[in-house]
Ligand binder design. Sequence first.
Ligand code: SF4
Length: 200
Amino acid sequence: MSMTPTVFVFERLAALIQQLVREDAARHGLLPVHLQVLGYLAQANRYSDIPIAVASYLGITRGTVSQTLAVLERKGLISRSGDDRHGRRVHLSLTAAGESVLAGSWPQRLDELLVAGGADLEGLATQLRTVLGSLQRLNDRQAFGQCRECAHFLGEPGSHLCGLTGEALAVEQTIRICREWSAPAPAMTDEGLSAPPGEQ
Ligand code: SF4
């Protein structure tokens, strides 16, 4: 099978990241899926820190999620809390021990490498988002974007609101990822419709 150089780079990146996740997890006596769940919960907003969203984000079954959460809870790496408005909903969060597992893991090392490299990180993120969005649509996967870049995000100085739920958003929630995220509609310019963010 032949592949373009770009696809080859993605293939190598995917394989390398898989190896790094395995190594990071093994260092803490964990399985890769344990580390992936911790990594997800570290970013998820309050609509997304629930078991069903973990399953959807990682593309794993609810059964696997519930076993994984039980292990993480037993090890003291996550905790559960109730929801004042939705009686049966359970929110998940990292404990201090869970956060310390993520310290120095591969995303943090990559982040430091990219910042030190001085590349155009915004441009790179835009191009990668385009690829990611296309692949997600092709495979019918949820997008899970950052709140501030969502079509429903209503932000004004000093006040942030989710247009979908009508609820106020704390500033720290606006940089988290959300299972309800929608891509913004393309903006109108003098030349006509421009591509939506992430597809320019
Ligand atoms: S604005 Fe979008 S991303 Fe933010 S909480 Fe609402 S639905 Fe989720």
